[in-house]
Design a protein around this ligand. Structure first.
Ligand SMILES: N[C@@H](CCC(=O)N[C@@H](CS)C(=O)NCC(=O)O)C(=O)O
Length: 211
């Protein structure tokens, strides 16, 4: 059994998508980050960086294993269950390349854009301009890639797509207004969003946690 600690955010949805894809049994513990539950000492013992998502795999090889950071969790689950990450060769490194691109680039930049353009009470035009430009650039990188191959790592659906989907869906959804011009020139990303978003496991994972 796996315990999943998560909330209703793009980072929080990556792991339930993966667990649904793998058809694993898991229990969900919602961590309401709006209520600062991520700072609860019991949660910090599992996720010391006070962020969701995190998991505890109670059936890990050497006893219960607690993990935070979505990229590490996705890699662990992929390797443990032998799916969505090639065990070796170029396909493995293309997957890791795009996974790290999401964790280090797309996620943080869209997160900042969401904060400055949508959530912040004070308007900071320079910050909005900076993060809109950076989000536009990153979705442009994705557009070039997906014009050539069906999925981020190449021919196959992998943990790179699982990591990128919730953020890209948020960019096309709640962030559509600041990124209107971006979406006009991103037909391949839109096609990928439709294909990935049609997967039943993705639809189930995007509905977790139910609060
Ligand atoms: N690099 C981390 C990012 C996780 C992250 O930023 N989580 C946010 C929600 S989307 C969070 O827990 N924020 C709470 C806080 O910063 O206190 C990952 O990929 O797991």
């Amino acid at each position: 059994m796996i315990t999943l600690y998560t909330w209703t955010t793009p980072n929080g949805r990556k792991i339930p998508i993966m667990l649904e894809e793998l058809d694993l049994a898991y229990e969900v513990r919602p961590i309401n980050i709006g209520q600062n539950e991520q700072f609860d000492p019991a949660y910090l013992a599992i996720s010391p960086n006070n962020k969701i998502p995190a998991i505890v795999d109670h059936d890990a090889e050497d006893g219960a294993l607690a993990l935070f950071e979505s990229g590490a969790i996705l890699t662990y689950l992929a390797e443990r269950h032998g799916r969505f990450l090639s065990p070796s060769g170029p396909a493995r490194y293309k997957t890791l390349e795009w996974l790290h691109w999401q964790i280090g680039g797309l996620g943080p930049m869209l997160g900042q854009l969401g904060f400055f353009a949508l959530r912040s009470k004070e308007k900071a035009p320079l910050a909005i301009e900076r993060f809109t430009e950076e989000a536009d650039r990153l979705i442009g990188v994705m557009e070039k890639r997906l014009a050539d191959v069906p999925y981020l790592a190449g021919d196959d659906y992998t943990i790179a797509d699982i990591a990128a989907y919730p953020w890209t869906a948020a960019a096309a959804g709640m962030m559509a207004a600041p990124l209107a011009a971006t979406w006009d020139r991103s037909p391949s990303v839109k096609r990928w969003l439709e294909v990935v978003g049609a997967r039943p496991a993705v639809q189930r994972g995007m509905a977790v946690p139910k609060v």
